[in-house]
Design a protein around this ligand. Sequence first.
Ligand SMILES: *[C@@H]1O[C@H](CO)[C@@H](O)[C@H](O)[C@H]1NC(C)=O
Ligand SMILES: *[C@@H]1O[C@H](CO)[C@@H](O)[C@H](O)[C@H]1NC(C)=O
Length: 330
Amino acid sequence: MQSGPIPIQLLLVLSILYTASFLSSAGGEAGPRCRDDERRALWDIRRGLTDPIGRLSSWVGDDCCAWSGVRCNNKTSHIVALDLHNPYDDYGELGGNIISSLLHLKRLTFLDLSGNDFDGMQIPEFLGSLLRLRHLRLPKMLDLSSNKVDGEISKIIHVGLSGCSRFSLEVLNFGRNQLTGQLSDGLGQFKMLKTLNLDDNMISGSIPSSIGVLSNLRELYFGDNKLNGSVPKTLGQLSNLVVLDLNFNSLTGLLSDAHFANTMGLKALFLSSNSITFVFPSNFVPQFQLTNIHLGSCQLGTRFPAWLQTQHQFSTLDISNVGISDTMPD
Ligand SMILES: *[C@@H]1O[C@H](CO)[C@@H](O)[C@H](O)[C@H]1NC(C)=O
Ligand SMILES: *[C@@H]1O[C@H](CO)[C@@H](O)[C@H](O)[C@H]1NC(C)=O
């Protein structure tokens, strides 16, 4: 386990679901009583934090189970959830070092630190520490979105693998951070993933073809990165895929009907601002009915694509600058 302060630099949400059924209603007369050692850990946490607008002002008195953001288990009184997410957009961030005391809350199954400003936090090390805690349930959801997380995506994937979370992780959200580096085939190990959000980072290189083994995947957000190369055909194996967002990358190459071989339930297709060339057969009738179609700057050919005319349920359509020089069908 990590000793000493771990440098932080982020706003972090680590949500370990499983939680709801264990949560009591906050405090109250009939509520659980706070355990002394865990109250001390919370005091340590508070002491290490800056709290400019007093968001933790309720953290006084003995019954820490009644403090804001703290939830205890009815029966054991252990703290099972800590929700310190910042509800405000531009102010109210908690700052400082939270790590070492956090590790004393050994029954925590839900942790939300999003929207704060824990400077210098190194996510891989932090996750590593959390995942090594024996009593911690394996997370089903890791949400670190809208933070200032930087570092290599490959390291994060690697830490996830060594923590065995690949077996349970259903939601991985690192959207809107500053991650760099390239995706690796190791991604294919997270077989339970339903949502993979790496939107709005600085990830480069190509999309690994191992993505096609994530058979539970419903939502894939890779938009606003620096991904290049062509879109792997293995995406077509993702029969549960509903959202595919590859907007604003540097993807090239061809996109054929094979890319959508089994994506019957696809609803949202975001491919704008890439240099992808569509080579669907002229008689291609997709199995999906899209609600959001964003293909700006892709090359769709000069004729108005017949497959687009099979789509009747869309609410947004972006086919700007796609090379069509045809009359608009009715
Ligand atoms: C918590 O306590 C309430 C009321 O005492 C009870 O209804 C509820 O089932 C308890 N929850 C758990 C998880 O024990
Ligand atoms: C994609 O980007 C990587 C890293 O930026 C580079 O090494 C590679 O040559 C690029 N590949 C293509 C096909 O452009």
